[in-house]
Design a protein around this ligand. Structure first.
Ligand SMILES: *[C@@H]1O[C@H](CO)[C@@H](O)[C@H](O)[C@H]1NC(C)=O
Length: 241
């Protein structure tokens, strides 16, 4: 009879196409559990206190003017000027006190009425449990106000899923040079995960569920399950006929 023969060919082709599909196409989107991401606690609150040193003067400035507009020099608020920063963050108000991180990014004079900055920076931490982790911060800094706030818009490493705010308070400001020391108080809500950032280097490809891409193990598992069930169905069919 031709009928079972055709069905066997159909099953074989289905099996081959199933084998090819999951390996050529990663799963674009799926729901996962907190456990799969190693999240132990998802609303951990952390308070950090440190001092930000923005130094424009001297032989080793940590803030560099990088651009300005034609009207910037005539503007009472230096509107249009941009600076790139790699400012040390220290435990105490003195620049010689313990380094806990760096503030890397940019600020621009973004207000034509009063001196106010747009700040965009990454706090890169170098100390303790937050060594290697970053917080991504942006917001408006009206320098003449005694207290200001920036938003924590995200984070990496120990600060994954971060959200929060930074309170700024100027400690010293030199009108002539522009050098400033600012007290930063960070209040951040973030997840606490059991995985380290560096745990994903080489080695355990495929089976890793720790960071980034747990998709390949998932894909190969579903491939195995579907292939196995197709083989069983084929065998059952052949036994019956
Ligand atoms: C921070 O991490 C780096 C790289 O892993 C390491 O070299 C350094 O000693 C660490 N610093 C502290 C204070 O733990």
């Amino acid at each position: 009879m031709a009928k079972p023969y055709n069905f066997t060919i159909f099953l074989t082709f289905s099996l081959i196409s199933l084998t090819l599909l999951p390996t050529n196409h990663a799963i674009f989107s799926r729901s996962i559990s907190k456990e799969e991401l190693g999240i132990k606690e998802d609303d951990k609150l952390t308070h950090l206190t440190f001092y930000f040193h923005d130094t424009l003067s001297g032989p080793n400035p940590s803030a560099l003017p990088i651009a300005k507009a034609k009207i910037t020099d005539k503007s009472p608020t230096t509107f249009g000027a941009l600076a790139m920063i790699d400012d040390p963050l220290t435990e105490g108000p003195k620049i010689t006190s313990k380094l806990v991180g760096r503030a890397q990014g940019m600020y621009g004079f973004a207000d034509q009425e009063e001196p106010a900055l747009i700040m965009m920076m990454n706090f890169m931490f170098l100390e303790g449990e937050f060594n290697g982790s970053t917080l991504n911060v942006m917001g408006r800094d009206a320098m003449s106000d005694s207290a200001r706030e920036l938003a924590v818009v995200g984070g990496t490493g120990a600060f994954r899923f971060a959200k929060g705010y930074v309170q700024l308070k100027t400690v010293t400001f030199d009108q002539k040079s522009g050098d400033a020391v600012v007290l930063f108080n960070v209040f951040v809500n973030h997840a606490s995960t059991s995985f380290k950032i560096e745990s994903d280097n080489g080695g355990s490809t495929g089976s890793s569920t720790s960071d980034g891409a747990p998709l390949s193990s998932q894909a190969s598992l579903s491939l195995m399950v579907s292939s196995f069930s197709f083989i069983i169905i084929s065998l059952l069919y052949l036994c019956i006929f």
